[in-house]
Design a protein around this ligand. Sequence first.
Ligand SMILES: Cc1cc2nc3c(=O)[nH]c(=O)nc-3n(C[C@H](O)[C@H](O)[C@H](O)COP(=O)(O)O)c2cc1C
Length: 256
Amino acid sequence: MKKINTVYFSPTGTTKRVIKSISMELGNIDKEYDITLEKNRRDLIEFNDDDLVIFGVPVYSGRVPDLILEYFNKIKGYYTKAVFVVVYGNRDYDDALLELKDIFESKGFETIASAAFIGEHSYTEKVAENRPDEEDIKTALNFGALIKDKIISDDIKPLKIKGNYPYREKKTGDQIIPETKDSCIKCGICAENCPTEAIDFNDYYSINKDKCIRCCSCIKKCPTNAKNFNDDKIDKMKKYLIDNFGEERKEPVLFI
Ligand SMILES: Cc1cc2nc3c(=O)[nH]c(=O)nc-3n(C[C@H](O)[C@H](O)[C@H](O)COP(=O)(O)O)c2cc1C
């Protein structure tokens, strides 16, 4: 069996839960790289042919989040087997899984499996609330078991993954940032967990517009719900998501 490594970016924690469940069936984790925080995205990581790496990212606008693309350049493989996982908020994962696989196949990794899971939408708990749930976790554990069998049998074939070229066009979003209400108790959880260090550690009301990626980490992690978007465009987007993707339950898709 290979040395098991996980590499994931997960501002609101759903991707992390999925990756942890998949890896549970594979044995002890040799190294876990949680690259959500900036301080964890500085070092170069190199993997070998005795490693297995499970990569996980959330889907942002149908793509791999822009923020981590630069860091992914610092990760290198050498005939390294890899599993690619995207987690999306019940709308669609579009080309994100294909993009993630393409990025690492060009850097010395060989795909053995891929999957798209569903996580509670970062912008509203009314879409895919509490997912990954018990059923999703069962599917993730089962996926882990299938990966283990595949490695042991060494039966690796090319996989056809959903996605199109050219990839879905990226939207250049407006520079909207969360507001902070007076219920803020200055605990600092928002700043400590911000993936881009956009929140001032000495003044939690101050958020750098150029750094904020609108990942909703500060909003979801605030113990007093003091952070929120107070913006018509975001309200409209939430309504669109709830109206169109609030009811139907999408299921994880496994490519193995
Ligand atoms: C900026 C941004 C863009 C997103 N775009 C999509 C999308 O295109 N499709 C979708 O289904 N969910 C989308 N989501 C929802 C996330 O993919 C989903 O909530 C995911 O579970 C978040 O992962 P995390 O908990 O690991 O941060 C988006 C979320 C954010 C913050």
